[in-house]
Design a protein around this ligand. Structure first.
Ligand code: ATP
Length: 229
C-alpha cells in the first residue's frame, strides 16, 4: 500500500481561537481509517483543512500534491469526495440533478449509485427536500461517489438516523470497502461499527493526534481515556 493522504503537524484556527495544534496521520491507498475523539476535539476541523474549506498550517499532501494552496474545488477534482456533517445537498433539485451536478468521469454513474442505494434510483425524479433523513444521507454519499473519489470522507454520516437506516449506511460502507478498494476516512460515534469496518484509527484530543493504531489494538483503557466509553 502506498500513501495517498498525509497530514504533517497540521494546525488551524478560527479567528483568535486555535482548534488544531499539530495533527499528523496518513491514509494509504485502499485503507479505511476512522478519525475519533470526544466532541469538539477537532475532527471536523481536520476534515475542513483537508478539503481546503479553512486555511491551515503544516503540510497536507494528497496523491503526491501539496494541497495547501489549492481551492476546495480543485481538491474535489483531485479525487477527494466529501460527505459533510449535516448531509448537505441541493434541496430544490431532484435526486438525479443532485447526482449529476457532482459528476466526474469514472466508474461511478447514476446507475452504479442506484445499485448501491436502490431507494435513490426509485426516487430519482423526487425533489431532495422531500426525501427522508436517511435518503438524504444516501444522496449525500451518492453525490460524493459521483466525484469518483480516490478518498471518500464521511463526517458523521449516521448521525441522527433511525437504527435501521444507520445499518443500511454501514452496510453500504462495508460494500464500498470490499468491492471498490476505495480509501475512506470516517468519523462516527459508534465505536462498534467503526471496529467492524476500519483498518486503523486515529484519536484526536484537544486538537492533537494522541493515538494511532490498528482498530484491534484500541483497547478498553485507550477508549476510556480518550473517547470516554
Ligand atoms: P464534534 O464531534 O462535536 O463535531 P469535532 O471533533 O468535529 O467535534 P470540531 O468541530 O473540529 O470538533 O471543533 C474543534 C474546536 O473548534 C472546538 O473547540 C470548536 O468549538 C471549535 N470550532 C469549530 N468550528 C468553529 C467555528 N466555525 N468557529 C469557531 N470555533 C469553532
Amino acid at each position: 500500500m502506498s500513501g495517498l493522504l498525509s497530514l504533517e503537524s497540521v494546525t488551524a484556527r478560527y479567528g483568535a481561537s486555535q482548534a488544531l495544534f499539530g495533527v499528523s496521520f496518513e491514509i494509504a491507498e485502499g485503507e479505511v481509517v476512522s478519525l475519533m475523539g470526544r466532541n469538539g476535539m477537532g475532527k471536523t476541523t481536520t476534515v475542513k483543512c483537508i478539503c481546503r474549506m479553512i486555511p491551515s498550517g503544516g503540510l497536507i499532501r494528497f496523491a503526491g500534491q501539496d494541497l495547501s494552496r489549492l481551492p476546495s474545488q480543485r481538491v474535489a477534482r483531485l479525487g477527494v469526495g466529501l460527505v459533510p456533517e449535516g448531509r448537505r445537498c441541493f434541496r430544490d433539485l431532484t435526486v438525479r440533478e443532485n447526482l449529476i451536478a457532482a459528476a466526474r468521469q469514472g466508474p461511478w454513474t447514476l446507475e452504479s449509485v442506484a445499485a448501491l442505494f436502490p431507494r435513490l434510483g426509485e426516487r430519482s425524479d423526487q425533489i431532495a427536500a422531500s426525501l427522508s433523513g436517511g435518503e438524504q444521507q444516501m444522496l449525500a454519499i451518492g453525490r460524493a461517489l459521483m466525484v469518483n473519489p480516490r478518498l471518500l470522507i464521511l463526517d458523521e454520516a449516521t448521525e441522527g438516523l433511525a437504527p435501521l437506516v444507520r445499518q443500511e449506511i454501514w452496510q453500504s460502507v462495508g460494500r464500498l470497502k470490499r468491492e471498490t478498494g476505495m480509501a475512506i476516512l470516517i468519523i462516527d460515534k459508534s465505536l462498534r461499527e467503526l471496529r467492524s469496518v476500519a483498518d486503523r484509527g486515529v484519536i484526536l484530543a484537544r486538537g492533537r493526534d494522541v493515538w494511532t493504531g490498528p482498530m484491534h489494538a484500541l483497547n478498553a483503557d485507550i477508549a476510556s481515556a480518550h473517547l470516554g466509553v
